[in-house]
Design a protein. Structure first.
Length: 264
């Protein structure tokens, strides 16, 4: 008998491949053993997903440094964890849009005071833009999270350049775990707020604070820096983000001017 994953020759007495660690499946696929397999993966107390989720909350340095340094069996690897979190995001959006259709609309309703500061004749265009903006965010959240990972990795790489602990690729790993954990936490918080019909604007504010706190906590644990240093580095990261967006804005203006001058 050979391993179906790596084709290593196996003894009939063992249950796991000694080379790749895969579980040896000896029975035909049925609904019963399919359910058992899913339960082992996700529902029991020792499953990798629950362990990864809890340890990323309490000791993220162990999970992240373990993956970076080659420990790949104890926790779910970074790509799989991101994929699971984005799947949860898709389920969350389906539930909210299907059963709580007015939940995201409450953001638009809360924006009415914001619209009031503009002249009445310009409000329809502003409302149209804001409606399109919220629809775009709602539809492409997964893509936005994925695109944001290398951008935040660049920011954290520059912010913690002095320590030289991680290279850029390793910062991508760190930020991917942070993003996936935040999305997973959001799955529960958004559904909780929707079921209890709580204000989504409060949720957005709390989610932002949660991300900022978790961001600082992860780098506090991984870099072993003082709390004051982490706060100062966080302020530095905000300055870097502002600078990057300012440069993008300036380049956009220059490109727009050149286009209007030479191609119009």
């Amino acid at each position: 008998m050979n391993c179906k994953n790596c084709n290593t020759s196996l003894s009939k007495l063992i249950n796991y491949c000694p080379l790749c660690g895969a579980k040896i499946i000896k029975k035909r696929l049925t609904l019963k053993n399919l359910f058992v397999d899913i339960s082992e993966q996700f529902l029991n107390i020792d499953n990798k997903f629950l362990k990864t989720f809890l340890h990323l909350l309490t000791k993220p340095d162990i999970v992240i440094d373990g993956f970076i340094n080659g420990t790949r069996k104890k926790y779910i690897n970074v790509i799989q964890y991101l994929a699971i979190s984005l799947t949860l995001l898709g389920i969350q959006l389906f539930i909210l849009n299907k059963f709580f259709p007015d939940f995201f609309n409450s953001v638009f309703i809360d924006s009415q005071n914001y619209f009031a500061m503009y002249p009445e004749e310009s409000r329809p265009e502003i409302e149209k833009f804001m409606t399109s903006y919220y629809s775009f965010i709602n539809e492409y959240q997964s893509l936005i999270y994925v695109i944001g990972i290398p951008m935040t990795a660049l920011v954290t790489r520059l912010t913690f350049l002095k320590e030289k602990l991680y290279n850029f690729t390793e910062h991508i790993v760190v930020n991917t775990y942070i993003t996936a954990q935040y999305v997973t936490l959001s799955f529960f918080t958004y559904l909780f707020f929707a079921v209890l019909n709580l204000n989504i604007s409060v949720l957005v504010a709390l989610s932002t604070l949660l991300y900022m706190f978790y961001y600082g906590f992860v780098f506090y644990k991984t870099h072993k820096l003082s709390l004051v240093t982490i706060i100062l580095r966080f302020m530095l990261s905000l300055a870097i983000i502002f600078t990057i967006f300012l440069l993008i804005f300036i380049v956009g203006i220059i490109v727009g001017i050149l286009y209007l001058k030479f191609f119009k």
